[in-house]
Write a protein that binds this ligand. Structure first.
Ligand SMILES: CC(C)(C)OC(=O)NCc1c[nH]c2nc(N)[nH]c(=O)c12
Length: 374
């Protein structure tokens, strides 16, 4: 029995988006789903209880970060990541490939793997498909990501081609070194940059190896939204209907809507938690920078249409004060709201698919929200 199975519930007649469920050893994920990011074994400033309160079904954590600190052996000795962080629902761990390329300089990519220096203390480190799988097996995540290279953007055609071919060879090595060969929850990551023929090559190579799920990597790396949607238009249909499709690093409201419409099932992004920490929030009326002076005497809720803990109990004036005073509680309240906002948006997306009206919902949402400016 595969550890991860996808149950297709229905396809939206108006948009082609799909409603489904991803079954994992730690529970079910209703899709399309947004996954809060908990890079270092915590979704910054949130408790597991609060994440359950807002009905997060699955969270993300990171191989690269936990490998460097506290070390995957400690997490394994603690009984795995679920026990260590007291989260009994599904966990997806990213493989570290991307983080090595984006976080540490002084690195050397070879066929074997990547030699780099820790961004924490400069120590020499090495990550490879085998090490990434050893770490993820120690963490005990439900969904593991293959070790890949996310090419920079823009990148030359030849570089992207060589990179995706190595990523495919690395994916094969991940499959071989998985500790749970027959019930593994290993997702492959389709690369290929912004080149249609390379995306097709990457998807064909990886789908021929029959993974339980497929991610689309290498997007949201600085290209325009329009170019990202163009790449999705021809890449998503290359992925098997009966498996989950995960678009990595994508999470602004408009991208979640446009990705769902194109048949993506799972999304993750640090945006909601990251911008919350500098007092920027997502509301039904669009982006609202609550630290702005104009909210000093605004005693209304952050978002009048939101029923989350923050919006039910605190005013914009209070939030602005806390953020300006650098009070930790302020970060918690804006983070809580932003995560609730995206999780609630995905709930409405699933509702709209049930009612075959996701395109109408998108237009209604944009009319009020305005286009996200990043
Ligand atoms: C710049 C941001 C993070 C917004 O997006 C991307 O880089 N998007 C791509 C991305 C995010 N996470 C990944 N993990 C892995 N293994 N591979 C990837 O390509 C990616």
């Amino acid at each position: 029995m595969a550890a991860i199975t996808y149950e297709h519930i229905k396809t939206c007649k108006q948009s082609g988006a799909r409603l489904g469920r991803v079954h994992t050893p730690h529970g079910v994920i209703e899709t399309p789903a947004f996954m809060p990011v908990g890079t270092q074994a915590t979704v910054k400033t949130m408790s597991p209880e609060e994440l359950k309160e807002m009905d997060a079904h699955i969270i993300l954590s990171n191989t690269y970060h936990l490998f460097l600190r506290p070390g995957h052996d400690i997490v394994r000795e603690a009984g795995g990541l679920h026990k260590f962080m007291n989260w009994d629902r599904p966990i997806l761990t990213d493989s570290g490939g991307f983080q090595v390329f984006s976080l540490s300089d002084m690195r050397k990519i070879t066929e074997e793997g990547v030699h780099f220096r820790s961004h924490l203390n400069g120590d020499k480190k090495f990550l490879s498909p085998e090490v990434a799988m050893e770490v993820q097996n120690s963490l005990g995540s439900d969904i593991m990501m293959a070790f890949d290279e996310c090419p920079p953007f823009p990148a030359e055609y030849d570089y992207v081609k060589k990179s995706l071919e190595r990523t495919t060879r690395w994916a094969e090595r991940c499959l071989k070194s998985h500790a749970r060969p027959n019930d593994q929850g290993l997702f492959a990551i389709v690369q290929g940059g912004m080149y249609e023929d390379l995306r097709r090559q990457s998807a064909a190579d990886l789908t021929s190896m029959d993974f339980p799920g497929y991610a689309i990597g290498g997007l949201s790396v600085g290209e325009s939204k329009q170019l990202m949607y163009e790449v999705l238009d021809y890449t998503v249909p290359l992925l098997p209907q009966g498996k989950p499709r995960y678009l990595m690093g994508v999470g602004s409201p408009d991208a979640l809507l446009e990705g769902s419409i194109r048949g993506v099932d799972m999304f993750d992004c640090v945006l909601p938690t990251r911008i919350a920490r500098n007092g920027t929030t997502m509301t039904s009326q669009g982006r609202l920078v609550v630290r702005n002076a104009k909210y000093a005497r605004d005693f209304g809720p952050l978002d009048p249409e939101c029923n989350c803990y923050t919006c039910r109990n605190y005013s914009r004036a209070y939030l602005r004060h806390l953020i300006k005073a650098d009070e930790t509680f302020g970060l918690r309240l804006t983070t809580y709201h932003n995560l609730h906002f995206l999780l609630d948006l995905m709930r409405k997306v699933r509702e709209a698919i049930k009612e075959d009206r996701l395109l109408d919902f998108r237009d209604e949402f944009f009319a009020k929200y305005g286009l996200y400016d990043n």
